[in-house]
Each structure stands twice: as C-alpha cells, then as structure tokens.
Design a protein around this ligand. Structure first.
Ligand SMILES: [Zn+2]
Length: 343
C-alpha cells in the first residue's frame, strides 16, 4: 500500500527530461497490431480471430514476479514489428509524441540497431529510420537523441561494431549503453567496448545492479555481491557517466559513496525494478536513500509500454511510496537536464 495518495497532475506539469527509455519497450499496442497486419507478422494472441491491442499488451507487458531474464523475453515479440524502415520510423516518432504528451521536452532514446536487421535491413537504414522518427517528433516539441545498447550476450566484436556505427552518427547518436542479461555476463566481459566508446568520446551509460532479490539466502548473498561488484567494475573500469538502476548499491554504503564522489548520475526506474524483482516491495526501493545521500538520482520510465508507465507516473509512484516530494522530483529533473549526453 502507498504511504500516501498523490495526484498525477503536478507531475504532468513539470517540463521533464527522459534519460532512459527503450524504443523497443515503448511501442503503442495498436501500432504493433497495425504493423503485424500490414507486414503479415504473427504475434502472440489469445486465439481469438482478431488480434486485439489490449489483449496483446496484457500478454507481453511485465508483471510482478517476473525476473530480468523473463522480462527480456517480451522484447522478442516487440522486435518482430521493428524490422522495416517504416515501422522503426513510425514507432520512434510515436514515442516522441507520447513523451511530449507527458510534457517531456528532452529525451534520450535507446535501442540496439543490430536487433533490427533480421529481415535484411541494413544497419545504416535502421539508424536513419530512427533519426527520421526523431526529426518528425520535433513537431511535438521534443528534442531527442539516440543511445545504442550493446548487448551483454553478444560477442564483443559485434558490440565494437555497434560503437563504430555510433561514431558515424555522433552528435545525434550520443552514447553507448550495456543492456541485457546481467546474471551471466558481468560488465568486464565488454571492457574493450567501453574503452573504444571512451576513445571515441561517446558518452557511456550501462545497466547494472538490477538483479532479482531471491528468497534463498545463500543464492541471494551471491546475487547481491555480484551486483555490487558489477557497480564497482562499471565505475572503475568502464568509464561510465551514468548507470541505469544500480539497486544493488543499497547494500554497500562504500559503493554509494564512491558513486556519489565520482559525480555520476543514477537512472532510476521504480516500476521496472519491482517487475524484474530487483526490489520485492515498492517501499523497499532505495531511491529516497540514494537521493538524500547526495547521489544525483533521476527518475526514468525504462519501457513505457512493457512497464505500463510514463515519467509522471514514475515520479508519482516514487512520492507515494517514500517521503520524496514534488520539490524533490523537480530537483531530480534538474539533475536529469545536467546529465544529458550533449556535445
Ligand atoms: Zn533499461
């Protein structure tokens, strides 16, 4: 139960900055259905004859009790409808519109171009389609840039290729992220990828410390230790400017202190962390602790459709389940603006 009920409107009124939103997790369900019909793509259904957007959304959105690996399965579905130039352009443009409707005026959208070439699209065309979507999105009053996600279970060489591709579009592509299965692939596996991105003066963010809390105490201890270790590796060896999630830091004050002293920014997604099981109750979320400790903490949506949320809802939820206030959210918005990847 929330500590208090808070109205959504004041959060909608803040001019916001979204730093962590996955394009392939933020597609309108109706658009998925439209594209599936147009391109003759099979999507999961409830076996009724007509593919219905609400049913589809219900089938693939994240639910409490999932873990990171299960959540990642939903992307296999969304990626099916992001394999053509037109679909990628449309989805990006609509995401800009949806963010703008929530009074987001500045955004960094992320995805992995390599995941969009299953039907033969060229990598350059994947990028151009996204950039065209962003250009069109400007009419809604939003500025957006791209971050490429290197994927943890991809070979290092594949992710290096992605960094070089980012370099080709540097300015509009501003940063590199590391995303995917944190359980089996710690960040040091991709150290060379981070080194290259750093040499190329790309900004760097990475997912880290978002593994599920377990009830088995021995395994839980190992997971917590791994999460903390990953956070240290990211800070000390991977040149990060920001980190996504970082929930594991709550178990290690020294880790929090180092994160703060390095002046890094933490991208927090309240709903996503509950769904992937990084926290088991909203009240447990360390966002307030991090913020009061002095860490530059910013609220983010992660996946608008899959998490069934938006930035205002994330801010409201954080305030409902802690002693954070709207003033704190305004301060976080300032942190977000300051931590943008701009040249
Ligand atoms: Zn994410």
């Amino acid at each position: 139960m929330p500590k208090k009920q808070v109205s959504l409107k004041p959060f909608r009124n803040i001019r916001k900055c979204e730093l962590h939103a996955h394009i392939d997790g933020s597609i309108r369900p109706q658009t998925m259905v439209d594209i599936a019909k147009k391109e003759d793509i099979r999507l999961p259904t409830d076996d009724s004859l007509e593919l219905d957007p609400d049913t589809l959304h219900g089938l693939i959105k994240f639910r409490i009790g999932m873990d990171l690996k299960t959540c990642l399965e939903s992307f296999k579905v969304t990626l099916k409808v992001m394999q053509s130039y037109e679909s990628i352009r449309r989805i990006t443009m609509e995401l800009c519109e949806d963010l703008a409707k929530d009074n987001v005026t500045d955004a960094e959208l992320r995805y992995c171009p390599t995941l969009h070439i299953q039907n033969g699209l060229k990598l350059d065309d994947v990028v151009k389609a996204t950039l065209e979507g962003i250009e069109e999105g400007k009419k809604f009053g939003i500025d957006a840039r791209l971050i490429f996600c290197a994927i943890r279970d991809f070979p290092v060489a594949e992710n290096m290729k992605l960094v070089r591709l980012a370099g080709k579009y540097q300015g509009r592509v501003v940063g590199i992220d590391l995303a995917g299965n944190e359980y089996d692939h710690p960040p040091e596996e991709h150290k060379k990828v981070f080194d290259l991105a750093n040499d190329m003066k790309l900004y760097i963010t990475a997912h880290g410390g978002e593994m599920k809390k377990l009830f088995n105490k021995t395994k839980q201890k190992a997971i917590i230790e791994q999460g903390i270790k990953n956070m240290y590796t990211l800070m000390r060896e991977c040149h990060v400017d920001r980190v996504g999630h970082g929930v594991s830091m709550m178990y290690d004050k020294n880790c929090m202190r180092e994160f703060k002293d390095r002046g890094l920014t933490l991208e927090v997604s309240f709903t996503s962390n509950r769904q992937t099981g990084a926290i088991t109750r909203y009240e447990q979320h360390p966002v307030e602790r991090f913020f009061r400790f002095g860490i530059k903490t910013v609220m983010c949506s992660d996946d608008l459709m899959l998490c069934d949320t938006d930035l205002s809802k994330e801010m409201r939820k954080a305030c409902e389940h802690s002693d954070l206030s709207i003033n704190d959210m305004e301060k976080m918005t300032k942190y977000a603006h300051d931590a943008r990847f701009i040249y």
